[in-house]
Design a protein around this ligand. Structure first.
Ligand code: DAU
Length: 339
């Protein structure tokens, strides 16, 4: 039996990863270590609560005593999904990003070193490469992050690689593209737009909406991380993308039409995000060389995701009250007024 310490396992991608591991691998047990922040939602793993190979520990990755306690009982690998992830929030308030994304990764690396843990997988992002106008980023490209979020993730990546170079800590980094699917907190483009449109509200498109993102279904992303854990070479980085490049306007149109609304009445162009990256694109030759490839067709994945939000209002409605309303006002009021 192998024991995985999965940090941030109550989040969007982390919870799918844990479910994948418990279903597809009988020889793994999982400790889910999560701080239960606004986006770390116990409901994301409610179905796993009584699973015999699953255990939950509430803790913050910046708290070295708590991390050490979780790791001390014997852990074969740590997979780090814990992070502050929303670019717009990082522009409003960068502090939490530096703390969780940079300091948190450092605390985990120290635990890996102290307890001789066999693998550390850092789940990172295509945003560390920065805006690229053409071509696709490969793992050896320079990091040119341009938001407090992506700079924090790049800071963590550099720490992780430095631990490999300096201490031969057996690390692996995955850099994923824009991820979508069930259980995504409704502040990100796709779930925000779906839930707005279900309620008949307009959706706020930043600037001209011609920015490009490459979309990957969360199940493909989770499979990519598991693949890197099991087959990746220590000291290496693996890009993981779906190969579904779309402009934000194309995504908006798909969602608006699928939900029976119209572009004229349900789309508002609002003030652009500061420093908004126009385009990301990843070359995934290296991950494909390990035998991984995305399996979910984009239109089908998006259709199923819309259906999931339609039939799981009891999951997302409570999330759109309280803290979310405050955030929404802070984030969008100025944008809407200045639009
Ligand atoms: O690329 C991977 C990254 O994808 C992850 O590392 C991040 O954690 C994740 O948040 C995501 O970052 P983005 O900034 O690309 O995702 P977001 O859903 O916030 O925005 C997607 C695009 O849609 C982006 O160009 C901004 C635009 N957008 C977003 C929101 C929330 C809008 O036009 N209106 C909106 O209200």
């Amino acid at each position: 039996m192998k024991r995985l310490l999965v940090t941030g396992g109550l989040g969007f991608i982390g919870s799918h990863f844990i479910r994948l591991v418990l279903t597809a691998r009988q020889a793994y047990e999982v400790i889910n270590f999560d701080a239960v922040t606004y986006a770390g939602n116990p409901a994301n793993c409610a179905d796993l609560k009584t699973h015999p190979r699953y255990r939950f520990i509430k803790g913050n990755i910046c708290d070295s005593a708590a991390v050490e306690e979780a790791a001390a009982g014997g852990v074969d690998a740590i997979v780090n999904f814990a992070a502050e992830t929303h670019v717009d929030r990082s522009i409003l308030d960068p502090d939490a990003f530096i703390r969780t994304d940079v300091l948190g990764a450092h605390v985990l690396l120290e635990a890996v070193r102290k307890y001789n843990i066999g693998r550390f997988v850092q789940v990172s992002t295509d945003e560390v490469y920065g805006d690229i106008s053409s071509g696709a980023s490969t793992e050896d490209d320079a990091l040119r992050p341009r938001s407090p979020y992506s700079a924090s993730k790049a800071g963590a990546d550099l720490q992780v690689l430095a631990y490999w170079a300096t201490y031969e800590t057996p690390v692996i980094i995955t850099r994923g593209s824009n991820t979508y699917g069930p259980f995504q907190y409704p502040e990100k483009l796709i779930p925000l737009f779906i839930t707005n449109l279900i309620d008949g509200k307009a959706v706020p498109v930043y600037g001209d909406g011609m920015q490009q993102r490459d979309w990957i279904h969360v199940d493909d992303h989770a499979r990519g991380v598991l693949h890197a854990l099991e087959h990746g070479e220590p000291g290496n980085v693996y890009n993981i993308a779906g190969g579904n490049t779309r402009t934000n306007l194309e995504i908006t149109q798909l969602l608006v039409e699928s939900l029976g609304r119209s572009m004229e009445t349900h789309v508002t162009h609002v003030l652009d995000r500061e420093g908004h990256d126009r385009r990301y694109a990843l070359d995934c030759t290296k991950a494909r060389g390990l035998g991984w490839q995305p399996e979910v067709a984009f239109e089908e994945g998006l259709r199923n995701t819309i259906e999931w939000y339609r039939t799981n209002e009891n999951w997302w409605r409570p999330l759109r009250s309280g803290e979310f309303k405050e955030y929404f006002k802070r984030q969008y009021l100025k944008r809407l007024i200045s639009a």
